[in-house]
Write a protein that binds this ligand. Sequence first.
Ligand code: ADP
Length: 590
Amino acid sequence: MKKEKVFPRLMGYAGKHKILTYLSLVFSAISGVLAIMPFVYIYFIIRDVVQVAPDFSKATNLVFYGWMAVMFAILSIIVYIGALMCSHIAAFRIAGNMRIKATEHLTTIPVGEIEEEGSGKLRKIILDSSSATETYLAHQLPDMAQAMLMPIAIIVILFIFDYRLGLVSLIPIILGFLCMFKMVGPKMRKDMAEYQNAMESMNNEGVEYVRGIPIVKTFNQSIYTFKRFKGAIDNYSHFCISYTKRCRGPMIAFEICVNSVFAFLIAMALIMNGVKATDQTFILNLIFYIVFTPIISTTLLRVMYMSENTMIVEDALRRVDSILSIEPLKEAGNPLMPNGDEIRFDEVFFRYKNKENYALNGVSFVAKENSITALVGPSGGGKSTIASLINRFYDVEKGSISIGGVDVRNIAKEKLMDEISYVFQDSKLLKTTILENVKMGKKDASLEEVKEALRLAQCDDIIAKLPDGLNTVIGAKGTYLSGGEMQRISLARAILKNSNIIVLDEATAFADPENEYLIQKAFQNLSKNKTVIMIAHRLSTIKNADKILVVNDGKIVEEGTHDSLIKENGIYTNMWNDYQKSIKWRVRNA
Ligand code: ADP
C-alpha cells in the first residue's frame, strides 16, 4: 500500500462522516492562520512603541492592538475546538466502522482459521489498528492540515517584512528539514513495520508466558525456560536501542536548527547592519522575526511527526487488511435441507494451511443416524481433524462430507450450526452467569428448560453450592469451577441446544472420580437418540459404541465393533491390551 493511499483508504470506512473529516481539515487550517495574527498585532504594538519613544502617550492604538491580538488568539482556539469536534466524531465512527467490518469478516471465515491465527492476536490487530487510526484522524490529520498551510503563510509573512531576514530565517528551517529527512526517510517505513512486529511478537510471547506460569511453578522451572519470550524482549530492545542511536544525531541537529532561528537572525543582523544598528525599521523587523520564529519550530515539529504517523497508520491498515484478506467460507447459493442425520465421509483429503503433509488421506466412513461412532487411535492420527470438518471448521480439499445426503457445503450455515453440537475438552464458559452460559444453547429457553438441562447434565450439586445459584457469575468474586464442573455446565448447554448430531471430545484428564462418573451420566443423557461422533481417550467408554473407527496417519485403518475389532487382532487389540494393563497398573498403585 502506497503512502498517499492512507487517506482515501480511511475515507472508505467513513461513510457519511466523510464531510466531518473535510470540515475538520478546513477549520484546523483556518485556525492555524488565525493563530499567526496575534504575532502581527504584537509587532504593531512594538512598532508603535518604538516609533513614538520616548513620548509613549502618542501610542494611542496599543489597547486596540492588544485586544485584537487576544481576539484572534481566542478565535483561533474556538475554530480549532470546532475542528477537533468534527475530527473526533469522524475518527470514532471510522475506527468503529473498521472494527465492525473486520469483526463481521471474522464471522464469515472458517472457525479453524481463527483458531490458527489466535484469537488474542486477531483481537489485538482489530483493536490496536483501529485505535491507531483514531489518533491519526482525530488529532494528527487536522494538525497536518495546519502544518501544510502554515509554512505557506509563514513564508509569505517572512517576506512581507524584510525579505533578507525572511531568507535568513529560512536557512535553519531548510537545515531542519534535511535532518528530518534523514530520520524519517524511506527506511523509516521498514523500521516502523519492524517495530510493530517486534512489539507484536513480544505481546504474543508474553501471553504464552503467562499461560505457562502454572507449568513453570509445578516443575520448578526458571524464567529461562521461556527462551522465546526472552528472545522477543531482547529483539525488541535491540531494535529500540539501535533505532534510537540512529536517530540521536539527526534529532539533536534538528532540535538545534528549529530552536535557534532567533540566534541565527541576530547573528546575521549584526553582520548585515554592523554592531551600531541605527536603522529603526530594520530593528523593528528584526524584533518581529525574533517574536515570530518560535511558531516555525512548532510547525516544523508537526511536519516531522506527520510522516511518522502516516506510516503507523499504513502499518495498521496493512494489518487490518491481513484479516480482511482471509478467504470467507463459501456460502451455499441454493441451500438444501439434509434428509436425516447420517454423516458420510467420502474419500476426504485435507491439509492444514502451510503444511505439506495431508492430515487426512482419503477418509471414508458412514456414521448412521442415532448411533454412536467412536474415533480412537494414536495422538496426531487425525481424530480431531475429522471432527472439526463436520461443521466446516475448515473445508475439505478433496472428497466430500455429507449430512442426511447433502454435502455440508450445500447446507445453510445456520442450519449446520443448529444441527450439530460440539463439546470440546476445554469447553469455554464466558464470564457471565451460569444461566446465561447455559442459555447460549437456546436463546429463548425458559427458566424451567435451563433447570432441566442442568439437572440432566448432573449439575444440581454445582448450583446448590454457589452463592447466587443460577445467577452466579463464573470467574467473579472468586467463584471458580473445576475442569470437570465446567464440562458439566457446557454439557447442560449442549443438552439445552438439543441438536441432532453431537460431536464429543471426551475429556477425562482433569476429572476426579466423582466428576468423571457424573460426566459419564451427563454424556449418556446428552447422547440419547442422537447421532454421536465421539473422540475417545479411554476405551472403556466406547466398548458399547455402535461403530469404532481406528484412525492412524490420516486414514481409517480399522473399523468395526469392539468385539469384531478384538477378533481382528490389529491396532485396536493392541490398544485394548495396553489399556487393560494401564488400568491394572492404576488399581495396583491406587
Ligand atoms: P488427533 O486428534 O488424532 O490427535 P489431529 O487431528 O489433532 O490428531 O492431528 C492430525 C495431524 O494434523 C497431526 O499431524 C497434527 O500435527 C496436524 N494438525 C492438527 N491441527 C493442526 C493445525 N491447527 N495446524 C496444522 N497442523 C495441525
